[in-house]
Every structure is written in C-alpha cells, then in structure tokens.
Write a protein that binds this ligand. Structure first.
Ligand code: NI
Length: 128
C-alpha cells in the first residue's frame, strides 16, 4: 500500500535525494510501492549476468547515463527518459559502460537475478 506519514502527508519522492542515501552498484532500493508493484532505484555499471524472470515482466527506466540491455538476438539502448519493458521469460543482460541510474518497476518479491543467483544477487525489499 502506498505510504504517507502524518508529519509529511504529501511528500514527493525525489530520486536524487534517495540516491544520496546509499552507495554501491547493483543494489536496488525500494522507494515506493503501488499495489503489489515496487519502484526501485539502482546504480549499475559493467555487465550484469544473463537471466530471465519466469513469472513477470521487468520495466527499466533510465534516469541518468545509458543502459544497454542485451538479448540473445539483439539489444536495446536506453538513454535518460527512456523506458523498456522486458517480457517475462526473455533472457536479458543489462550492461552500462559508465555508471547509470535506473528506476526498476516489478512485482514485490522479485529477485534481481531470479533463479540464476550468484554474486550479483542483491538483498530483496530494502527500502531507502
Ligand atoms: Ni532482469
């Protein structure tokens, strides 16, 4: 459920301010929820691992920098203000030559690497 507090009932969620609260790359932080979906911000740089999500689509919105999402048969390049939704079950590998800041939108409980696991697997459901 969307959250408000008594002292600040109408508080905008500011991505720059949220990013200032944590460091590190490939460590998504939840900034908001809508129904069963979460909005997560993350810094990325370098190559992620090939993976897919068997039960959900995954939305990437680039806030700063450039993100390339590789697929087995092509890729998409995203710049600030651009959005792409990876369909469920489709193998993908995000990568960024320089650090990029992203907003991810996906159902609560989704692990970033899904069943592939490994060192890129981040803690789930961490708010900032
Ligand atoms: Ni993914």
């Amino acid at each position: 459920m969307a959250q408000t507090t008594a002292s600040q009932p109408y508080q905008a969620i500011n991505f720059s301010e949220k990013f200032a609260r944590f460091s590190g790359q490939w460590t998504p932080r939840v900034v908001a929820e809508m129904n069963d979906y979460q909005f997560k911000i993350v810094r990325v740089q370098g190559d992620f691992v090939w993976h897919s999500h068997a039960t959900t689509d995954e939305a990437f919105l680039v806030l700063e920098g450039e993100l390339r999402i590789d697929f087995r048969d092509g890729h998409v390049l995203l710049r600030p203000g651009e959005l792409y939704v990876v369909p469920q079950g489709v193998e993908h590998k995000p990568c960024a030559e320089h650090e990029a800041r992203l907003l991810l939108i996906e159902p609560r409980g989704v692990l970033n690497t899904r069943e592939q696991g490994g060192e890129r697997t981040a803690l789930n459901d961490v708010w900032v």
